[in-house]
Structure formats: C-alpha cells, structure tokens
Design a protein around this ligand. Structure first.
Ligand code: F6R
Length: 287
C-alpha cells in the first residue's frame, strides 16, 4: 500500500481513531463525526488554512469544488470566516467538478447558479478566477471546451485541494460506473439513480438532464489533497463499498484508494455500514 502523505497539521485537526477500533478492512482514511456540522467546520478550516498558507507565500490557491447538499455547510462556514474573521479569497482560483448539459448558467438548477448562491456572491473572489464547465456550448464545440478546461487546470499547476461528495452510484463528480481511471473532463450520460436523486430539485425526473460535463477520475486524482464528505444513512452502503471494497470501475469512488492524500469525512449515519462501526456496536451489545 502507498504511504499516506497527509501532513501533520491536517492529521492533528481530525479526530484520531479509537485505540480498540478495528480499521483493518478500511482502504481509505476516514473520520467519523457526530454531526455533519462538526465535520463541515473542520473541512472549512482545512480549506481556510490552505488559502492562508498560500497567501503567506504569495501563491494562488487552486480549489476544486463540488455542488449538491454535502458541501453546503462547508461553504456557510467559509462565508462566516470571510465575514467575521477576514478570510480573503483574493488568491483563490476555483474549478467546479461538473455541470448539467445542456444547462443555462442563470437557470436556478444549474451548478453555476448554485455556486454563486452558496459561496461566490458572499466572498471576495475575483470573478475571473471562477471556472465551471460550460453547459451552454453546442455539441460540436464540447470536446474542445472539455480539453480547454483540463488544460486550464494544468496551467495553474493542478488542483491543490479537491472537495467531493459521493453519489449513490459511487460517482465522484459525475463519473458514473464504467468511468476509466485515467478519464479527463468530458461529457457523460447520467445514471438513472443519479437522475432520481436530482428529481426533487428539478420537480420531476423528466426535467433532469440526461447528460453532464464532468472532470474525469484522472483530473480528480491529480489533486494534491482530496476530501470527500458523506452525510446520512442513504450514503452508508456506498461508503462501505468504497472504503472496504476492491477497486473497480463499477464503484468509481474506489479509485480514490490509490490516492495517497485522501480523507473521507463522515457523520455517524453515513459510517454505519463500516465493519469497524458494526463490530463496535456488536461489542457494546455483548458486553
Ligand atoms: C456535485 C457532484 C456530485 C455530488 C454527489 C452527491 O458537484 O459532483 O458528485 O457530490 O452527487 O450529491 P449530494 O451532496 O447532493 O448528496
């Protein structure tokens, strides 16, 4: 197994695993919190620290960002840090994971709209530093715009930090089952389960786009640091498969087992299917 290169200050900021907890089935570092609020604040603090560290060195901080319900509280805390503790986003350059296709930017279902609503409108980020895959382009130019997105990330020296959620299909970004480990930014067809999960916000599955533009697994895996968050019982099964299962394109998130600086931040419900958690419950019941 590859050596984990998590730095000391990151390791210290997350809770250590209890001495008698059995993590032998786990192939990805993970930390379990009582609540998603607690976990989100820790993640926001890690991002804020990275931004400040880069500022000290006069460097840009290149962040890969996610949408959906999982990162909402992280963004709330980053906004609070900006408003109350003077965290500046002047040196921050962002690349979002994905966007539905086709999708107008001003549509309230677009990830572009989501990001402005939940983060960008409330902090001092330079608008030109925001990058989100363009869901408005015509099909003929899509291939080129995906390559351009990939090249732009590379031109900044890659992502310093990638924030992720996970879909019930095991997707990260919109890399659905079957995605290749070296895939780059591209157009993908969404799985039925993914469209079902998005149906409420689109007021009916028939309104959910069938396609999306997503950074690839290769793009994500090139990030220097990856943090994936999962909250709630409906993520527990896919979290167990991702952390304890074998690497497989059927569960694309398992590719993260090969990344040497990834942490999963979970709440109790999302962790409930892990062997460590289940055996712990068993011990408590027996004793
Ligand atoms: C969103 C994204 C997706 C979501 C995943 C989980 O930009 O890339 O992979 O992170 O679908 O969504 P939530 O957080 O809504 O459960």
């Amino acid at each position: 197994m590859k050596e984990k290169i998590m730095t000391d200050h990151i390791r210290a900021s997350y809770q250590p695993v209890g001495l008698f907890e059995d993590t032998s089935f786990e192939k990805i570092h993970n930390v379990i919190y009582d609540s998603s609020i607690e976990g989100s604040i820790l993640v926001a603090n890690e991002i804020a620290q990275l931004i400040k560290d880069k500022q000290k060195e006069n460097l840009n901080c290149i962040l890969g960002l996610a949408t959906g319900s999982s990162p909402v509280k992280v963004y709330e805390e980053l906004i609070r840090l900006h408003k109350e503790e003077e965290l500046s986003f002047r040196n921050v350059i962002t690349f979002n994971l994905d966007e539905y296709y086709p999708m107008e930017k001003n549509n309230i279902q677009s990830y572009d709209y989501f990001m402005h609503e939940h983060l960008f409108n409330h902090v001092n980020i330079v608008l030109e530093n925001i990058n989100i895959p363009d869901g408005t382009g015509d099909l003929d130019n899509l291939y080129q715009s995906c390559i351009d997105y990939e090249m732009k990330i590379k031109s900044y020296g890659g992502l310093d930090f990638q924030l992720l959620g996970i879909g019930r299909t095991g997707h990260i970004g919109f890399n659905e089952p079957g995605s290749h480990i070296n895939s780059g930014t591209r157009v993908i067809t969404l799985e039925h389960i993914t469209r079902v999960d998005a149906a409420t916000s689109f007021i009916g599955i028939e309104n959910v786009p069938r396609k999306a533009i997503t950074m690839g697994i290769g793009t994500i895996k090139n990030a220097k640091r990856i943090v994936l968050m999962a909250w709630g019982a409906n993520k527990s099964k896919i979290i167990q498969e991702t952390i304890e299962g074998e690497i497989s394109s059927i569960v694309p998130a398992t590719y993260l087992q090969q990344h040497n600086n990834t942490s999963f931040i979970l709440d109790e419900e999302a962790s409930s299917e892990l062997t460590r958690v289940k055996t712990q419950k068993l011990i408590i019941q027996i004793t």
